[in-house]
Design a protein around this ligand. Structure first.
Ligand SMILES: Nc1ncnc2c1ncn2[C@@H]1O[C@H](COP(=O)(O)OP(=O)(O)OP(=O)(O)O)[C@@H](O)[C@H]1O
Ligand SMILES: [Mg+2]
Length: 599
């Protein structure tokens, strides 16, 4: 089996220091596969032991069969040699099949567990986590786990049994020569390992430098990079930096080539030197002890097979660290508490009318600076509340509390008198619909994108929703109509179209409470009218909380709440607020306030 060149990676070591993994927990993953794992270990042991027969067969051939011209014995020995080779090869195939199957099953379990666990995390987790990291852990870490883990485990098992078995067989063949091996092997192993480690070190440095050079080429010779360099006048500096990296590579390449050569050299010295020493020892009358030629040949062959497994065992430490670090990363995700979860004893709404109340609501993202403070609002069933206020005043935050994308820090949000935290997330999702500024469309057909909102919707229902959302005409005009693919490798919809698709989705779900975040981007008049008609349609008869960016929305709202620094500073209808001559009136009247109050 090829030994993977695993060097304990500093990142792996720090990962393990930060979140250590118990071996027991890793083993528990494999517990359901105990029979298979047991079989794999048995297969490894059996094939290592069977392989030991070969040197003894060689000895019999040389010492007995050939000198005595015993054809029958010779034939038996040769047949046995072939049988040994065939058996170990077959056992190896079965062992690989079993270990890969078990490994892949365990990985499958982990992958799905991590996926569903992460999906239950709140939005906060995804804003905190660096983009791409989640994906990398799920695909790369778990993906490489199987190979790393099975290689580590099987090479540990096979190397250990081979070393033990070979040592016993060597002692059985000749204890004198075994003593000699005990003296010469350790320094040989030490030397070879030293050279190998040195080579890995140089190789790692060389790879790092190559990566640097790659980055510099990408940065320095791309359109934007060249443009930046020219405008900042840093071209010559960049060239100098590139030259320095390239110069460094010259030295490293030479050292790397030499190290490779040294490795080969040390191996060949060891592989030629040890048998030579054995011959010397066996040939000297003082030490030979009357050894037969067959024993000598068999012993030399055996001790040659000892070297690689020994080196492999020395590598197991590094491999273990890599494997455990992989588990550590994955367990870290699995151990994350789910902060927004179903209640232990959920209540249900029954035939809800959809009155939304916020009672003394406070919220903070970081547990320190409040994003909302002491918000009291009542949105009677079927009415519309418009939220206005300058950027950063907490409008989106407030809206996120109703659908539990965030949970209140203090106070409570209720629907028909029931705290939203007492409802199951599934029921809440049924009752509260959200149309956000950013509409996310999946890479599938338009139809499936709409059906995502309600998997049992019929085609007729889907088209009806699209019609009411003013997007049906757009969709039938597409090359494949409702079956057009959407997304990066499909049709791209404009902002206004996307919004209407989102509205169609919401119409399919038919929620009693609606949270709307109107798009800020300006739309042309016609699109604007279509979107407005769609919004009016979707809001009809529902309790609606709108983050308003259009004057018409604000005017028509049953009530307007003006937010400032996370507090509701005014509330009333448009006419009331204008008449009151407060902040809303000032904002609506002054040109500088136009951004805070929709125009
Ligand atoms: N994920 C987050 N983590 C930390 N702070 C946040 C987060 N999201 C928003 N904030 C902060 O909370 C405050 C309220 O933000 P919010 O998005 O609710 O404002 P907004 O009224 O919707 O603004 P806009 O009109 O620009 O959309 C801001 O100070 C913002 O910086
Ligand atoms: Mg916002």
């Amino acid at each position: 089996m090829p030994r993977p060149e695993t060097r304990p990676n500093p990142a792996d070591t720090t990962q393990l220091q930060r979140s250590p993994v118990s071996l027991r927990r890793v083993l528990a993953l494999f517990a359901p596969y105990r029979p298979q794992v047991g079989t794999v270990v048995a297969l490894i042991v059996v094939s290592s032991v069977v392989a030991l027969a070969t040197p003894f067969l060689v000895r019999t051939v040389i010492d007995d069969a050939i000198p005595q011209q015993d054809v029958a014995l010779l034939a038996w020995c040769v047949a046995a040699m072939v049988a040994v080779a065939a058996t170990t090869a077959l056992l190896g195939v079965v062992q690989t099949w079993l270990s890969t199957t078990v490994g892949q099953r365990v990985m499958h379990g982990l992958r799905t567990a991590v996926f569903s666990h992460l999906q239950r995390q709140s939005l906060g987790f995804f804003t905190r986590t660096r983009g791409g990291e989640v994906q990398s852990r799920l695909t790369n870490d778990i993906g490489s786990m199987q190979s790393v883990v099975t290689t580590t485990a099987t090479s540990l098992a096979s190397n250990a049994t081979t070393v033990a078995g070979t040592a016993v067989a060597m002692a059985a063949l000749s204890w004198r020569l075994s003593l000699l091996s005990l003296v010469v092997l350790p320094p040989a192993v030490w030397l070879t390992r030293k050279v190998a480690l040195m080579r890995r070190e140089v190789t790692a440095q060389r790879q790092a430098r190559m990566a640097d050079m790659q980055t510099q080429v990408e940065e320095g010779l791309s359109i934007s990079g060249v443009q930046l360099g020219k405008t900042l006048g840093t071209g010559p500096a960049q060239s100098a930096r590139f030259a320095a990296t390239s110069q460094e590579l010259v030295g490293l390449e030479v050292r790397s080539q030499l190290a490779g050569r040294w490795r080969m050299a040390s191996m060949s010295i060891v592989f030629a030197g040890i048998p030579a020493l054995i011959y010397l020892f066996a040939g000297l009358p003082a030490t030979s002890g009357g050894m037969t030629i067959g024993t000598l040949v068999a012993f030399t062959a055996l001790q040659g097979t000892l070297f690689r497994p020994l080196m492999g065992l020395l590598d197991v430490g590094g491999q273990l660290i890599t494997s455990m670090a992989l588990f550590s990363r994955v367990f870290e995700y699995l151990d994350l508490p789910v902060d927004i979860d179903d209640p232990a004893r959920p209540r249900t709404l029954g035939a809800a009318s959809g009155e939304v109340r916020l009672e003394h609501v406070g919220f903070s993202y970081d547990g320190d600076r409040p994003a909302l403070a002491d918000v009291d609002l009542v949105v009677p069933a079927g009415s519309t509340l418009a939220l206005v206020g300058e950027t950063g005043s907490g409008k989106s935050t407030l809206a996120s509390l109703v659908s539990r994308l965030n949970d209140v820090t203090t106070g409570r949000v209720t629907i028909d008198g029931v705290d939203v935290r007492d409802l199951t997330l599934a029921e809440l999702a049924q009752v509260v619909g959200v149309v956000s500024q950013e509409t996310y469309l999946l890479h599938t057909t338009v139809r499936e994108n709409l059906r995502y909102a309600r998997p049992d919707a019929t085609d007729v229902e889907i088209e009806d929703a699209a019609r009411r959302a003013q997007v049906h005409d757009v969709l039938v005009a597409l090359p494949d109509g409702y079956d057009t693919m959407v997304g990066s490798r499909g049709h791209r919809f404009s902002g206004g179209e996307k919004q209407r698709l989102a509205i169609a989705r919401t119409l399919l779900r038919d929620p009693r409470v609606l949270v709307l975040d109107e798009a800020t981007s300006a739309l042309d008049n016609e699109t604007e009218r279509a979107v407005q008609a769609a919004l009016d349609e979707v809001a009809k008869g529902r309790t609606t909380i709108t983050i308003a960016h259009r004057l018409s929305t604000v005017r028509d709202a049953d009530s307007i709440a003006v937010l400032s620094h996370g507090r509701v500073v005014e509330q009333g209808t448009h006419d009331e607020l204008v008449a009151a001559g407060g902040r809303y009136a000032a904002l609506a009247g002054s040109p500088t306030g136009a951004a805070a109050v929709p125009a």
